[in-house]
Ligand binder design. Structure first.
Ligand SMILES: *Cc1c(COP(=O)(O)O)cnc(C)c1O
Length: 227
């Protein structure tokens, strides 16, 4: 657990250096600690070291950890693929969702967001590498989906998210995401968030304008199971 605080510091330094290299203010990039497969004690260790935003991929796993951490003031981001039978738990327990890739999911999240909570903060996930197997809408669908999200009462559109294919040129993929982001802004939609960059490619993402990096392995270590 002592390793988690040191790892966090190391990643914060990487982010600061990448911001300097890109000529961007260091506070322009927010970091999510991606805690999937790690237990509540790892999250507590990161929180004790000053980390507040956490990303989770699996609804059931996340809800169990959230129950154990109910006393802590954490911000929860859902970043995994969403099946429609999981939207209610996500709408009830998360502050952000980064992985909305179709209208049906957006509608369900809005319908199921409890009225006493603030609107759910939403990024539309875009498949910028064009693989058939990956989640995310196509770049061509992104503007229409953003417009639909912006029109739903219990959602607040924040921006775009992408995960480049492992074998892709990450910098080029992040550049395509940024260009899409700018073209959607030009169409009059308000977007302030580019959710891009993970442990291995956060520098390339920050160079292309990322405002949220999602970092797992570099903070918590290698995952033993699942993705
Ligand atoms: C697992 C995951 C991450 C973290 O990846 P690392 O390479 O461990 O930093 C980030 N984003 C998403 C969507 C993920 O599923």
């Amino acid at each position: 657990m002592a390793g988690i605080a040191a790892n966090l510091e190391h990643v914060r330094n990487r982010i600061r250096r990448a911001c300097v290299a890109a000529g961007r203010p260091a506070d322009g990039v927010r970091m999510l600690a991606v805690s999937k497969t790690f237990d509540a004690s790892a999250i507590r260790a990161a929180h004790a070291a000053g980390q507040r935003d956490f990303g989770e991929n699996y609804q059931q796993e996340a809800l169990a950890k959230q129950a154990q951490l109910a006393d802590a003031d954490l911000v929860w981001h859902f970043i995994g693929p969403i099946q429609s039978n999981k939207t209610r738990g996500i709408a009830q327990a998360f502050h952000w969702v980064h992985s909305v890739d179709r209208l049906k999911i957006a509608q369900r999240l809005s319908d199921q967001r409890p009225p006493q909570l603030a609107p759910l903060q939403v990024c539309v996930e875009v498949n910028v590498s064009g693989e058939a197997s990956k989640s995310g809408c196509t770049p061509d669908q992104a503007a229409a989906l953003c417009r639909a999200v912006a029109g739903l009462p219990r959602l607040r559109l924040r921006g775009l998210m992408a995960i480049p294919a492992p074998d892709a040129d990450a910098r080029a993929a992040f550049r395509r995401l940024r260009e899409l982001f700018e073209s959607i802004q030009d169409q009059g939609l308000t977007l302030d968030t580019l959710s891009a960059g993970m442990s291995d490619d956060l520098e390339a993402a920050i160079a292309e304008g990322s405002t949220i990096v999602r970092v797992g392995t570099a903070i918590f270590g290698r995952r033993e199971t699942r993705a």
